[in-house]
Design a protein. Structure first.
Ligand code: S3P
Length: 439
């Protein structure tokens, strides 16, 4: 990772059509299910960010053959299960990677030690370890289940588990463990979260039952289901598309189109919210790709108005609040974001870092334990600062987008971390006309 900063300077309109990088959630899952399955899995459009490359490396450590065949094109030969790695598995910055792999690994009689970078070592793993332990897995590690930790799997019992927080990672870990648990598993989900694991398990031949009882999802997976390799076309990541699209909304005169964006309704809360704020955001050419709806999303510069974001929308846009807060900084009036306590346990405490970063840029922000309010004045924020990102890719990209329409340039530290989720971010934004330079 480079130590130098990166600076975005306000300038002329952004114009053009770009492709969103592959979806991070689906890329992790394609690697993990491809390794768990028997036979060949081919993947196109894989996100080749650091997080997913760590998962690819981990899958090799568990015994799968994983090869890159061309840009975004990968081939896996799965063995129908995991074998014991001969070394520590380092998942880098990736919470999704480590939590899903722990779930998958728990189903096998093996012992494995996981670690990650400083950010990942500070994040809670207890939320995954608790249900896995109830199924019979054991672990040994630091206080409250922080990495590094050693997990011992095998001989799992079935479990009915009600998610204590809205987390697709926890849901997915239990489902993946459930593939090898006696009696299978049922996950009860009071708030629907992204359903990529359920969809992809089906694509690999498993039967997943989903029942909606009064708005509560019951997801059942019976034991002993064999997965068979398949082809996965990874759609564009709406969480990454959010950055050029919000840039298009706030830089005067802009028109930006991002093609091939996944439109799964459990991921598009940001688009609905921006439209409620008055954004000229249109979706065209909607089509199906590998079972997911995708479309081309166009953002034109718009006068935005603050809104109250419904808290129940949070799971469908949990990674997008930092960039929404940037849009809110340009809006007229308050944007109220509540019910987002989960933001505090992401790659950084994203509520605290957005509040600090926006305030440094001259924006009035009120922080709450589980939310924050951005007081927009309808004028461009002052900018003119270096923002600390705590190595969080989305905090860095959000402030760089802000700098494109602020009164003065905004710099961020640790821009190298952007490559965890959006490796071509700088080039893509420059291609639209954004002024991004080393700082
Ligand atoms: C993800 C789920 C979300 C999200 C993360 C990706 C996934 O995390 O923030 O970037 O792929 O399942 P939580 O499940 O912890 O909310």
């Amino acid at each position: 990772m480079t130590a130098a900063g990166l600076k975005s300077t306000p300038g002329g309109p952004l114009r053009g059509t770009v492709r969103a990088p592959g979806d991070k959630s689906i890329s992790h899952r394609a690697m993990i299910l491809g390794a768990l399955a028997s036979g060949t899995t081919t993947v196109e459009g894989l996100l080749e960010g650091d997080d997913v490359l760590r998962t690819a490396q981990a899958m090799r450590a568990f015994g799968a053959r994983v090869e890159q065949e061309g840009p975004g094109r990968w081939r896996l030969e799965g063995q129908g299960g995991f074998s014991e790695p001969s070394d520590v598995v380092d998942c880098g910055n990736a919470g999704t990677g480590v939590r899903l792999i722990m779930g998958a690994a728990a189903g096998f009689p093996l012992c494995v030690t996981f670690t990650g970078d400083a950010s990942l070592r500070g994040r809670p793993m207890g939320r995954v370890l608790e249900p896995l332990a109830r199924m019979g897995a054991t672990w040994l590690g630091r206080d409250r289940g922080r990495l590094p930790l050693t997990l011992k799997g095998g001989s799992l019992r079935g479990l009915t588990y009600r998610l204590p927080m809205a987390s697709a990672q926890v849901k997915s870990a239990v489902l993946l463990a459930g593939l090898h648990a006696e009696g299978g598993v049922e996950v009860i989900e009071p708030e629907a979260t992204r359903d990529h694991t359920e969809r992809m398990l089906r694509a690999f031949g498993a039967e997943v039952q989903v029942e909606d009882k009064d708005g509560v999802r019951h997801i059942r997976l019976s034991e002993g289901q064999a997965l068979t390799g398949t082809h996965v076309a990874v759609p564009g990541d709406p969480s990454s598309a959010a950055f050029p699209l919000v840039a298009g909304l706030i830089v005067p005169g802009s028109e930006v189109t991002v093609e091939g964006v996944m439109l799964n309704e459990l991921r598009t809360g940001l688009f609905s919210t921006l439209q409620e704020m008055g954004a000229d955001l249109t979706i065209a050419n909607v089509r199906l790709s590998s079972g997911e709806e995708v479309g081309d999303v166009t953002a034109r510069h718009s006068a935005l108005t603050g809104v109250v974001v419904p808290p129940e929308r949070a799971p469908s846009m949990i990674d997008e609040y930092p960039i929404l807060a940037v849009a809110a900084a340009f809006a007229t009036g308050d944007t109220v974001m509540r019910g987002v306590g989960e933001m505090r346990v992401k790659e950084s405490d994203r509520i605290a870092l957005m509040a600090r970063g926006l305030e440094a840029c001259g924006v009035d922000v009120e922080e709450e334990p589980e939310g924050f309010i951005v007081h927009g004045t309808g004028t461009a924020p002052r900018g003119g600062v270096m923002v600390e990102t705590s190595g969080d890719h989305r905090i860095a990209m959000s402030h760089l987008v802000l700098g494109l329409a602020a009164q003065a340039a905004v710099s961020v530290d640790e821009p190298g971390m952007i490559a965890t989720s959006f490796p071509g971010f700088v080039e893509l934004m420059r291609g639209l006309g954004a002024a991004l330079q080393d700082a």
